[in-house]
Design a protein around this ligand. Structure first.
Ligand code: SAH
Ligand code: SF4
Length: 362
């Protein structure tokens, strides 16, 4: 089986049919796929896993995505917005713990006060950390000017998941208004790439109404869009969201998890030189989910370094792990966990995706 999959991978002829078959593999055949994903990672990128300290600095959000626990319409979430000093302290923490990079993530806002604040914060973090810390932003849809401004102030990677590359499915997951258009999301992704960011996208896996063909199309979309980094993980329902009403249609959590592993392995075979995150949602289902993702080809972990008194309020989905731990516990347990599976942390490195540099030369 491994030989057959290897032949498919080496031929580079990816299609919806082939990919949906690979995504459906279970048992021994699945093992072969995951092993090959791990082998490609080792051959193309080595055994280093890069850390990005994740700061979920605010759950204020102007949008109402049907799947997300911090959507504007959820009145049962205590809203918070960390003060600048706390965000800067988290950046210092990342540097001191040799994480190499920082991810700043929050609910979506595009008002001038927010845009200015981020701009200022980026400059301060760059200065305070002597330009040593790589900075990734995950702040949703913004204007091309805003993306450019933040890039010029020191952010060099941007994550904006397409969530699903199927416009019909996208419409079922979002309200029907101008704030939630598929085409807008697509334009934003293009604009991020054009500004010069290392560009990251991704999808949720196991959404109601989603099929293996949709996921196969997602993989082809990611490859065609030529992104540099990908974060994808299982969709996990949240009681206080409209999508919860469709929970009877969902695959079991285990199925969502196993399909996510196959997604990681397939993508590693399709795009060997990109960065792929072992996402927190995978760990929410399986206590060693992130380690399994790394063994299947992922090479980035985003340890949560949000000051812990607010972790419980950034609940995108239920059973989110590490919501009651301090950042220290997380950094310690992570390196031990990595070493147990024969990988090691890429301390003090930005861990950029070589794909980006090749893309820029073209
Ligand atoms: N507001 C920004 C960043 C925060 S949300 C944005 O939307 O881009 C970050 C990601 O969390 C989303 O892209 C989505 O893929 C994921 N997410 C939200 N709700 C989720 C859920 N219920 N299960 C799994 N992932 C979810
Ligand atoms: Fe807001 Fe992002 Fe959640 Fe959508 S996914 S509601 S934009 S935080």
């Amino acid at each position: 089986m491994k030989r057959d999959i290897r032949e498919i991978a080496e031929s580079g002829r990816w299609s919806v049919e082939i990919l949906s078959q690979l995504l459906s593999l279970r048992g021994e055949a699945q093992k072969a796929l995951l092993l090959l994903g791990g082998e490609y990672l080792q051959n193309y990128r080595g055994r280093e896993v890069y850390y990005r300290g994740l700061v979920e600095f605010s759950n204020l959000c102007t949008k109402d995505c049907f799947y997300c626990g911090i959507r504007k319409g959820n009145r049962h979430t205590e809203r918070y917005d960390l003060p600048d000093e706390a965000i800067i302290a988290a950046a210092r923490f990342a540097l001191e713990h040799r994480y190499g990079s920082l991810v700043l993530q929050s609910g979506e806002r595009d008002d001038p006060a927010f845009v200015d604040r981020m701009d200022r914060l980026l400059q301060i973090i760059k200065k305070e950390t002597d330009g040593k810390l790589g900075i990734t932003l995950s702040l949703g849809e913004q204007s091309p000017e805003t993306y450019r401004r933040w890039f010029n102030s020191g952010a060099h990677r941007y994550l904006l998941r397409i969530e699903t590359s199927d416009e019909t499915l996208y419409r079922q997951l979002h309200p029907d208004n101008d704030k939630h258009r598929f085409q807008k999301r697509m334009e934003c992704l293009r604009s991020i790439q054009r500004v010069g960011y290392q560009t990251g996208t991704g999808v949720m896996i196991g959404l109601p109404g989603q099929t293996l063909n949709h996921l196969a199309e997602d993989l082809l979309f990611i490859k065609t869009f030529d992104v540099d980094m990908v974060g994808m993980g299982p969709y996990i329902e949240h009681e206080e969201t409209p999508l919860y009403d469709r929970r009877s249609e969902l695959w079991s959590l285990q199925e969502r998890f196993l399909t996510s592993l196959n997604m990681v392995a397939c993508l590693r075979l399709m795009m060997p030189d990109i960065n792929i995150a072992a996402t927190t949602a995978m760990q929410a289902i399986d206590p060693v989910g992130r380690e399994k993702a790394i063994q299947a080809g992922a090479n980035v972990i985003m340890p949560n370094i949000t000051p812990s008194n607010h972790r419980k309020d950034y609940l995108l989905y239920q059973n989110k792990p590490c919501t009651d731990e301090g950042a220290d516990d997380c950094s310690h347990c992570l390196s031990i966990r990595l070493e147990m599976i024969g990988h090691h942390p890429g301390y003090d490195q930005w861990g950029d995706s070589p794909h980006y540099f090749k893309r820029m030369q073209r």
